[in-house]
Every structure is written in C-alpha cells, then in structure tokens.
Design a protein around this ligand. Sequence first.
Ligand code: ATP
Ligand code: MG
Length: 751
Amino acid sequence: MSEHKDFLRTIVKEDLKSGKYKEVITRFPPEPNGFPHIGHAKSIAINFGIARDYQGRCNLRMDDTNPTTEDIKYVEALKDAVKWLGFEWDQDVRYTSDYFPELYEYAKQLVKMGKAYVDSVNEEEMRLLRGTITEAGTRSKYGERSVEENLDLLERMKKGEFKDGEHVLRAKIDMSAANMKMRDPILYRIKHAHHYRAGDEWAIYPLYDFGHCLSDYIEGVTHSICTLEFENNRDIYDWVLDTLELTPPRPYQHEFARLGINYTVMSKRKLLELVEGNYVNGWDDPRLPTIAGYRRRGYTPESILNFCDTIGVAKANSTVDVSQLEFCIRDDLNAKVPRVMCVLNPLKVTITNYEGSENLIASYYPEDVPKEGTREIPFSSTIYIDREDFSENPPKDYFRLTPQQNVRLKHAYIITCKEVIKDNNGNIVEIKAEYNPDSKSGEDRSGIKVKSAIQWVDAKSAKKVEVRVYDRLYKNEMPEGIEDLNPDSLKIMTDAYIEPAVITQRPDERFQFEREGYFYADPIDYTNEKPVFNKIVGLKDSWAKKTDVKPARGQRSSVEKKPQVDGEVVPMSLEEKALFERYVQELKLNDMVADILARDEKLSSFYEATLFVYNSPVAIANMVANEVARELKDKEVNELKFSATQIAELVKLIDEDTISTKIAKQVFEEMVKDGGNPVEIVQAKGLVQISNPVEINPIIDAVIAQNPDNVAKFKAGNTKLLGFFVGQVLKATGGKANPQVVNELVAKKLQ
Ligand code: ATP
Ligand code: MG
C-alpha cells in the first residue's frame, strides 16, 4: 500500500484516524449511457483502490436517472470493466433507480420544511430570473406557493398529470448566491419516458444534484470522490444533506482532476458518435480508449492500472501523453511474453545451396525474462523475409540484407544475396541467396560479421495469418471530431506468415513478434483455420518520428534519444537501475520520467538537489525531465542561469495553484534567458493564474457579445467553435486564466 501517495488517501487516512468514520466506503457511480473508457478506469482505480488499501468497501452504482440515454448493455459493460480490472464491488450492483421511492420521500420532506417548491415558469423565464454572475437573481412568484399546494402539485407531477417541462421541483436556497448553482437548483423534472429498469412507473426523475448526494447517504458512503467539474456542485451536495438533518455519519465530496490523454477523445458522447457512425467497429474496436477496446487489443489490466498509478491523482487538470500509456503496456509485456517470428510483408528467398530441411531449437524468452520454454523452428531452402528487410539501394545506416551486405536469419544462418528477381513491372518478387553452413546460431565458426539479425519463416511450414495493425485513431494531438481521424489507423495484413509453433503450441495469447512489436490473438475472430492477431503496441515510440510536430513536453525527444539496439532498449547500469527503482517505488515517479532521470547523471543530480530544497518529487521530476533536460542537453550545470533552488520555487508556485503549468513554462523561459527568481518574475509580469469564475465570467460574456455570428453558428451545431471562444477568452486574459476553468465556463454559457 502506498500511504502517502495522494491527497485523497491523506484525507481518508485522517478521517479514519480521527474517528470520523469507522470504515471507509467509496463508490464508483457511472451513468450507464456508454461503454466505460480509460478515464473511468482511473476513477475505478481510485475508488476501489482506496477501499482496498484501507480495508473498506466500494460500491458499484449505476447512476441511472436519465431514462432516455441509458441501457442495460452499458450496465453489463461497466460490470465487465470493473471485474476485468481486478476489483470486486460490495454486495450487489446498486442502482439510483432503486432509490426513487426513497428520494421522493426526501423531496416531500424538503417541501414540508419549506425548503423546496414547485416552479411553473418556462425555461426562458427561469433563465432570465436566475440573474448573472454580477447581478442577483429573483425568485419566481411560484416561490410563494404554500406547502399544501406544493405537495399536491408534486404528487400530481409524479403521477404524470402534467406535460414535460410544465413544472419542476426546486430547492429554495438563495437567488443571490455567488455560486450560481445555488440559485434554487432544480431537484426534479417531468419526463414521460420509459426507464430501462423502473419501467413507466415514474413521470418525474431526480436531477444529479439531488439524487447523487442522497444515494451516497443511503449507501453509507463516506468519501464521495468525483472529478473537478463538480466542484461548484459541492455546495448543493452539502446543502441537501445538511438541510434534511440526516443522522450522521454523512458523506463528503472530494474532487480530483479528470484524466485527459492526447490523440484521444474520451467523452461518451463522442465515442457514441464514432460507434454509431461506423467510424470504428463497435465499442470494443481496438482503436478506442474504451476498456473493452483496450482489452480486445491485448492490453493487460496490470498495464492500465499501472498507468493510472504512475500518472497520479492531481487537483489540476492536465493532458497526459498517450506515449505514457504505451510505455506501460510495453513495459508489462516486455517482462512476460514469448518472442516469436512473424513476417508481415513476405518476400520469398530461395537458398540455392541448402538441401533438405532441419528443425532449429530456440527459446521463447530472452535471458532477462525468467521464464522457460522452447520451440522447434523448421528451416529449409525456401523462406520468407520481410520486404523491408531487403534493399537494392540501401539508405545510409541500413543494416539489413542488400546485394552487398549479409544478414543473419535470427536463430539460423547468415545468408548472402546472389540474385534479385523482378517481375515485368520491376517489382522484386524473389531473392536467390546462399547460406553459410558454418554460421549456425549458437555454433557460429564462420567469422563473418553482420550488422543485424532479421526475422524469417520457413515457407512450407509457416502458417498464414491475418494481422491487424493499429495506429492512433486521431492524427491530431487535440482531436475535436470526425475530421481529425487518422485515415491510416487500421491496416489489415492478410498475407502474413508466422512460425508454426505459435499456432500449434499456443504458448501464450500475447507475443512479441521479433522486431515488429507486441501482438495479441484476437479473442473473437481467431480460429485455428484463420488465426488473427492484433497489434498491441510497437517496440518503441515510432510516432514521435512520424509526425513533424515538435515534441510537446520534451519527453518524446528523450525517448527517441534513449539508446536502442535493434528495437530493444539498452539495459541500465546497476547504479542507474537502483536510482530508477527508488524513483518509481519510493518517489512514485512514472516509469518514463524515472527512466529519463536515472539514465542521465546530470539530470539525476539536479533532480536530487531540487528535491532537497522542496519535497514535491513528481512535479519536480516532470520539470527536470522536460524543461531542465532541454537546457542541460548541451550545457553544464554551472553554465545555467538558474539554480536548483529556483526550480524548487517555481514548482512550488505550480503546486500552490498560483500559476498554471503553462505559465510556469513562460516563467522558466525568463529564468533561462535572464536568470532571476520565479516569484519575482511572476509578480513583475502579473502572471498569477485566474481561476475564479467571478473574474472570468464577465470576460466570457464580453467575448460572446462581440461574436454574435459565431454564437449563432455554434448553436446551429458547429461545436468546433468552442475552441474559438476559449481561445478568445484566454487571449483577453493574456493567457492567465486557468484554461480548464475557462473551457467549462464557456461550455456552460453556450449551452
Ligand atoms: P464522459 O463525460 O466521458 O461521458 P462522465 O463523467 O459523464 O464521462 P460518468 O459515467 O458520469 O461519466 O462517470 C462515472 C465516474 O467516472 C464519475 O465519478 C466521473 O467523475 C468518473 N470519470 C469520468 N470520466 C473521467 C475521466 N476522464 N477521468 C477521471 N474520472 C472520470
Ligand atoms: Mg456525465
């Protein structure tokens, strides 16, 4: 258990220690309106993880209060995801819909207390009466209704006597509250719709703000952990529970930052669009960030949990680099899976001086994987190699087979190209080669030096397989919609050949295809007659080189720099390894950052020095592995204009939410150029971050007022314009506004 891991665990630990609760009870409360994605995995890992670490319990609750979008198939997908990640919920799955009768009683109680009323103004009027951030709202005249009248109307709403939208039940709180959410929030609305579970019994449905806190209370939840966008709802959460004067103990809400990953869309609405528009093949398409998709692709639950763990739990939203997730799966499989040979793009090679056939024996595992197992690899005069492993006009540093250059066939012999055979169009169709009988792997007496070993298969005994090669679904780092899809995200190789043991022995379900990457036997389409493999991930981060975008956070360039030999990462020295382990285990750095620091002495010393001044291991590590690393690439520490102490101060400003990470980069650039103290730079340039809606909202209003055409376009469905509005607002604040907050406020205003 990692006790000091995050602020949520700190809260839980203190609450148990102080005796506030006897036992910790958390819940994972998805709405069953789509398949769960990696963001949900993070929430699952947090809620179930905390319950496990503190011997408590975690409920799985379907937050099913919206009859029009929910479905039993999503309930099943959610249950599958939690189980597959290795967690167990307490008792049966819970459903908010099961609490409808109880919630209704609580609503009546509020009415009786004079704390809730039935309002009957239309939507437009309600909006006008709510006021603005700078002006108080006014309660509608229906706020004066008597308790009896309210009870009667509520009962008739429930029975279905009114049309949708005719009345709502509202809490009677404060129409001039600074937090707009507290201006008499709606508790119930009329909806004549069939509920997938509750049937047609109810004509009214509770809203999130009413149903959620009470469901938590009903279940005895202690810590109601949710994402940051609910920060402003916390006041209602507390108001409902306090006003009803419920018997203690009661739950409290705590927020953490939502997970976002670049090159990925995560909202269920957008995922639904991809599935329903057939842009992908169902919810479990291996290119989707759904748990079902990762599972079908071949990701392991361990790798996903490890990813959630290494990115940590933060209080400020940020976007995680997708290569970090890829790193985690690679890291997991590297230590586990058999290595086999598969040729994706076959090119025939005839070995003219070889006669007969033989079986070569080779281990499935490299030496550093503590597993045993060997197989026989048939060899004869006709083999396939990959087309990419032969070149007539090789570029510089091409280490594979050419008319002038020998190559080793992995686990077998060294061959020499003797003749290149082409068809009428000039395409190479076959290579005639000779092998060296003295060069057999393991007993090589040939004295011939080669620069690389390539995969191959014996033509006669190899099995034809289908290989589905997946790439990122989006070509843009911050995808908005369909227009950003990567047209090459799926390549199906129908003419691939694999060595026979993989099919006949089936030593595992996941494999490393030598020099190609990690692959998974498709759990649905695979048959012995027609084996199908999914590419899980490549051997290294090849994407960084493919796109010409500048590495966003320095990390990718560092990965590229990492010494590689033939696709395998160079092992660390003992000292580096010890550092790496300390960074990961003790300081909780993610593997990738730990790797960057541990392998570079200058960086690790700088890191330790900074840590000595200010103890914030993860945040400092990110700064050192990215920003500082860039400066130290071709400088020595004593040539820098800034010191470890100053970097510590800079990180502290981020930790305290005084500046955003984006502004921190700007401050860092100043420090690089002219030296100087970060606190002074922030003050001198007035860079303090603005997160308060009260300050931001008027600016949004102004931007909206100045751009009526774009507002109209947005309302007509051009949602891409959201980015435009956010951009304008950020610009108006000189980049000082908290982008996440602006995003949320703008989205709300434009609704
Ligand atoms: P989406 O907006 O992607 O459709 P949601 O928030 O509507 O997601 P819910 O089913 O309401 O999805 O979420 C269930 C739980 O999972 C909530 O507690 C929510 O805070 C959490 N959750 C959803 N998305 C993320 C994310 N990206 N990162 C962390 N937690 C998330
Ligand atoms: Mg939601």
